[in-house]
Ligand binder design. Structure first.
Ligand code: AMP
Length: 171
């Protein structure tokens, strides 16, 4: 994991002043480290009978797809409003200033599914909690969350309640 940490690049003041952006693209570009990340996710969840892996736009897709493949599960996508072509369920959530929304196709998960939500970064947890809500509102079981890294000082896990959370790296 130290090698993965060493390849995550801090980009100050991106996308706006005061934010230190965790750039995970060097990890994706490294064949050995990318495989290690996917293997670590798959090892944690392989006994949990996951039927759907839910990726969060946009960087979550990069991890959710290979994890779904590795677990033998289906892949579902959660996107910003207006991007999905079919009927959607929408969840509105609070940001520091204002609000945002995410959407999921109404027929992507259903009762009987065991869903794992995947994203690159857990920050305040608002995004992940909204996705968890989209899953449970459709009657599926939310098995847990997996992140490449967690910004612990923002206490994002608090918003995720009692759910199981896997973060490969903690900052
Ligand atoms: P939050 O809802 O605050 O947990 O924010 C999570 C979402 O914002 C994730 O989809 C992340 O990709 C992105 N994000 C938040 N903070 C950062 C950061 N410092 N570096 C990279 N991505 C971030």
């Amino acid at each position: 994991m130290d090698e993965i940490r060493a390849r995550i690049r801090d980009v100050p003041d991106f996308p706006k002043k005061g934010i230190v952006f965790k750039d995970i693209t060097p990890v994706l570009a490294d064949a050995v480290l990318f495989r290690r990340v996917i293997d670590a996710f798959a090892a944690r969840w392989k006994g949990e009978r996951i039927t759907k892996v839910v990726g969060i736009e946009a960087r979550g897709f990069l991890f959710a797809a290979p994890v779904a493949y590795a677990l033998g599960a289906g892949l579902c996508v959660v996107r910003k409003p207006g991007k999905l072509p079919w009927r959607t369920l929408r969840e509105v959530y609070q940001l520091e200033y204002g609000e945002d929304a995410l959407e999921m196709h109404v027929d992507s998960v259903s009762a009987g599914d065991r869903a794992l939500v995947v994203d690159d970064v857990l920050a305040t947890g608002g995004t992940a909690a909204a996705v968890g809500s989209l899953v449970t509102r459709q009657g599926a079981h939310l098995a847990g969350y997996a992140f490449l890294l967690e910004l612990g000082f923002l206490n994002g896990t608090r918003k995720l309640g009692a759910q199981s959370v896997q973060s490969l790296l903690h900052y």
